[in-house]
Design a protein around this ligand. Structure first.
Ligand SMILES: O=C(O)COP(=O)(O)O
Ligand SMILES: [Mg+2]
Length: 224
């Protein structure tokens, strides 16, 4: 282990490590069609990803005509999951520089945790399909800890710290308010990528540092 300032880094998945909107959007549009709604475009869907699938679909429905009853929502969500599970790695790719950065961090002995509001099973399936699973010491999804404990609650970050050896020198890397709020609620810093998915300007996320490309991540972490 070099004198790198962080023992563990928690990475968000959607919009941070991978451009998964390339598969989330077609899945969402498939589901909107089932509900008799019009499709969203790539930029619209970027603004509604981050709080888990149910919230994403609720927001998609709000944008396209209004909410539906909770019972209908449960059925629609199931259909959405079936479609997305079959297509989650059709088009999704890591953002530029991600793999080289993760290689570099592993070589430094840094532990990496995947801390995503995606359902754990889908997150694992996606990073396996992209041959990225080997980077992570643990995978914590939005359903891993049970209801009410997904980001922006601090629980997933605390769980990642615990599962990666309990070292408090932990930093979160994310793209949305869910990541920044979860990190800060857990008492750790957060670096945000400016190219991800969010519902407000990057400058308004409250992140400790912003990066525009993965080339900037390690220098940013060294300056935190
Ligand atoms: O599934 C989501 O809504 C977001 O997932 P993320 O936490 O990896 O951005
Ligand atoms: Mg994200």
């Amino acid at each position: 282990m070099t004198n790198f300032p962080f023992a563990t880094i928690g990475f968000d998945l959607d919009g941070t490590l991978v451009d998964s909107n390339l598969d989330l959007l077609p899945a969402m549009n498939h589901t909107l069609e089932l509900a008799g709604r019009s499709p969203l475009d790539y930029e619209q869907s970027k603004r509604i990803i981050g709080g888990g699938t149910r919230e994403m679909l609720q927001r998609a429905l709000l944008h396209t005509g209004g909410p539906i009853a909770e019972t209908e929502m449960d059925a629609l969500l199931e259909q959405h999951f079936t479609y997305y599970e079959a297509h989650l790695a059709d088009n999704t790719v890591p953002f530029d520089g991600v793999l080289a950065t993760l290689d570099n961090l592993r070589e430094r002995g840094v532990r990496l945790a995947l801390v995503t509001n995606k359902i754990e099973r889908f997150a694992r399936k996606l990073v396996e399909a992209l041959d990225m699973i080997h980077y992570f010491d643990c995978v914590i999804g939005g359903d891993t800890l049970g209801p009410g404990r997904a980001k922006p609650a601090p629980d997933m970050v605390r769980e990642a710290i615990g599962r990666c050896g309990g070292h408090s020198n932990f930093v979160m890397v994310g793209d949305s308010r869910f990541d920044v709020e979860a990190a800060h609620a857990a008492g750790v810093p957060c670096v945000a990528v400016t190219f991800g998915y969010r519902d407000r300007p990057a400058e308004e996320l409250g992140a400790d540092r912003l990066i525009d490309h993965y080339d900037q991540l390690i220098p940013a972490l060294e300056q935190l």
